[in-house]
Design a protein. Sequence first.
Length: 250
Amino acid sequence: MATSRRAKYPLLIGRKRGLGIVVILALALLFVQGCKREEKIMLEKLLHTEPARDETRIAELERDIKLLLSEVKRTVGATEKLGTYYRMLAVEFMDRDMFGPALENFRKAIEIYPGNHQLSYYAGVCASLLAKAEARAKEKEQLFEEARQHYLQALRLRPNFGEVLYALSVLYIFEMEMPLAAEPLLNTLLSQEPEHVQGLFLMARLKVLSGSIEEAVELYDRIIKVSEDKEEQEKARENRQALLEGAYER
């Protein structure tokens, strides 16, 4: 007759069972200690905002924290999900070229996640595209300014964000008549991406506006050399030739 595991290894099984109980008790203790730590941290935060710190008030806060801590966690979790929902909805609207609803949802997502540089960048893109389609001068100006502020916020969060450096440069040069403001942005962009073709085109345009024709010609030469796109190369050749012939349109 085969010997059972219980009969064959009675001491080992007993130890395993005892070990299992110890592990369960240890985990339970850690959970309780974790909750107490959270309650203590929450209490300390609340006391910083309390005008008075008498023992009665502290006791009241301790009781309230125990009751409300789980509700706080649920609320935070729900808000986090709401932020994700706004973000996903905004991206979906943007993919469908529905830039008004996209911008509205990016704004809501930013309220929940103000430190997300991508949200600020996409909000800027949507505001800029809406401005281009806006027929009313005041509203157009306000949307371009909103786009600028979103781009600036994205750069505060991520100073070398290449997409924003380029997008804000385009905004300054073509939409807001502030070309000089674009130069430091393009310098930063091209220092980290020397073969950024569209950035090179913008910098060449700035050199023309400032009267630095030779530098603009050199930039067009760089574009012809580094670009793999035939249309970009041809456009650079045309602009270069126009500069050399004095027929370049600023």
